[in-house]
Design a binder for this molecule. Structure first.
Ligand code: NDP
Length: 492
């Protein structure tokens, strides 16, 4: 509240309802000028001698110099992981492994403010989301899998579960720490060791995580972190010393990895893209559905593999719903990621912004109608206003391809059959949402949707106990829950 008007004898009435800035303090994070590779519990300079700069995408300000790991570094990290696997970690009493995981979880909780600020600084996501979603969920994953570490025999009775060996893990930039937690926690709980490559644009939280590993006194080599670009990922995939690859990212790279591993004994799980349908029936609680639609596509600037990027609305409520949705969009606050009032932060990189802009242009060219609420975008950094496309045909690229940005494509349907047919008309199959008052309709529709996760009267809800993963071009294998342990275990 910036100003108060007071008439003589009257109570104070605000004249201006704009929010004052509420920035989270950045100085809780101490950045080094340059980071090495974390191998065998030590910080090492890369053999390539190469580094690259990581930036704050909301200002383009350089944050730190990051090491580019090459083939020799990949080899050394895998050797360190193998050594740790053979000389202690895989044979450690499971209850002892659990203690390390519990310790990591508790340290993440204790240092959550620091991690949340860093995640927003390096990734562009609103602090409200890193603070309330990324960090609590990351800690929860470690807590959850710590609980399984000494109960594998009960999770898989009569199957003699054993660790797989050394896991190579490659993660994307949309949830840097959370994706690390999704991968590292089940791998360690099952007795494996890890070499993980964070995404090129968002390496900082994985590097701060190395500090947590030291604090937890995790034995050296159990987790190794290699920074670098796609070349580092490719080296990790093809290295013969890896027993399992877990990848989250684009469908194109996922397919390339699958081709590379075909015919080898290496195991693979792929969590790839999506083009989820959020289906709203005419008996849905509309205001609640509006919140779910907004959360479905504008959460994390739409950089979410399971984002509800295709809205399917029953024709009879179309006009009313679109009017409400547009009104709601005018209240979204786009701006500084570290401001606690921000709803939509910065786009993660120039490359991603270019991709969003290109796809949005195809939407205009193909004949869809665009709506963007009035909002002033900062001059520096990478920004894109929340966008809704109406009059979208199923054949348009904006209805088919993953935009991975704050862009919603709206289509309509008349009957449940038509809704299911349109929802399934995509090469992907990661997630979907159903909004209706009828429980029987939720069950009937959810059963027919080809999606790994179906949310009913909610969207983008995650829980470490719940498996997550896709069908078709969204990949295979599950992360989370008991299912998330299986890819890291051998059975009789
Ligand atoms: P990528 O699939 O390229 O990146 C994911 C991870 O894989 C990164 O760590 C990346 O490194 C690494 N990588 C890149 N090339 C290879 C390779 N040949 N072998 C092994 N690892 C590799 O995604 P992008 O960042 O390029 O994003 C492109 C598009 O992918 C987005 O626009 C979005 O549509 C989709 N995407 C989907 C995600 C999901 O969760 N489903 C997550 C991220 C992106 P580096 O960061 O250096 O490129």
């Amino acid at each position: 509240m910036s100003e108060l008007e007071r008439k003589p004898g009257a109570a104070a009435v605000p004249a201006d309802w704009t929010y004052a800035p509420a920035p989270e303090a950045r100085d809780i994070v101490t950045l080094r000028e340059r980071y090495g590779l974390y191998v065998g519990g030590e910080w090492l300079a890369p053999h390539t001698g190469e580094t690259f700069t990581t930036i704050d995408p909301s200002t383009e300000e350089p944050l730190a110099e990051i090491a580019q790991a090459g083939p020799e570094d990949v080899n050394n990290a895998i050797e360190a992981a193998r050594d740790a696997y053979q000389n202690g970690w895989s044979t450690l009493a499971p209850s002892e492994r659990a203690k390390y995981l519990f310790r990591i979880a508790r340290i993440l909780q204790e240092r959550s403010r620091e991690f949340a600020v860093l995640e927003s600084l390096n990734g562009g996501k609103p602090i409200r989301e890193s603070r309330d979603v990324d960090l609590p969920l990351s800690a929860a994953h470690f807590f959850y899998y710590a609980g399984w570490a000494d109960k594998l025999e009960y999770a898989f009775p009569n199957r003699a579960p054993r660790p797989v060996g050394v896991a190579g893990q490659i993660i994307p930039w949309n949830f840097p720490l959370l994706m690390l937690a999704w991968k590292v926690a089940p791998a360690l709980a099952a007795g494996n060791t890890v070499v993980l490559k964070p995404a090129e644009t968002t390496p900082l939280s994985a590097l701060l995580f190395c500090d947590v590993l030291r604090q937890a006194e995790l034995p050296p080599g159990v987790v190794n972190i290699l920074t670098g670009d796609g070349r580092t990922g490719a080296e990790l995939v093809k290295h013969p010393g890896i027993d399992k690859i877990a990848f989250t990212g684009s469908t194109d790279v996922g397919k390339a990895i699958q081709r590379e591993l075909a015919g080898t004994r290496k195991r693979l799980t792929l969590e790839l893209g999506g083009k989820a349908a959020n289906v709203v029936f005419d008996d849905a609680p509309l205001d609640q559905a509006i919140e779910g639609i907004v959360n479905g596509i504008y959460f994390n600037q739409g950089h979410v593999c399971c984002a509800g990027s295709r809205l399917l609305v029953q024709e009879s409520i179309y006009e009313q719903l679109i009017a409400k949705l547009k009104r709601r969009l005018t209240t979204l606050r786009v701006g500084a990621p570290l401001d606690k009032n921000t709803d939509v932060g910065a786009i993660n990189s120039r490359q991603q912004l270019d991709k969003i802009e290109e796809l949005v242009q195809t939407g205009r060219d193909e004949g869809a109608e665009i709506y963007q609420p009035p909002c002033r975008l900062p001059e520096r950094g990478y920004w894109f206003a929340p966008t809704v496309f109406t009059n979208v045909a199923q054949s348009y690229r904006i209805a088919q391809e993953e935009i991975f940005g704050p862009v919603l494509s709206v289509l309509t349907f008349r009957t449940p059959d038509e809704a299911v047919e349109k929802a399934n008309n995509t090469p992907y199959g990661l997630s979907a949402g159903v909004w209706t008052e009828k429980g029987s309709r939720i069950l009937a529709v959810a059963q027919r949707l080809r999606a790994g996760v179906v949310w009913a009267n909610t969207y983008n809800r995650f829980d470490p106990a719940s498996p997550f993963g896709g069908y078709k071009e969204s990949g295979f294998g599950r992360e989370g829950g008991r299912h998330g342990l299986e890819p890291y275990l051998e059975f009789d």
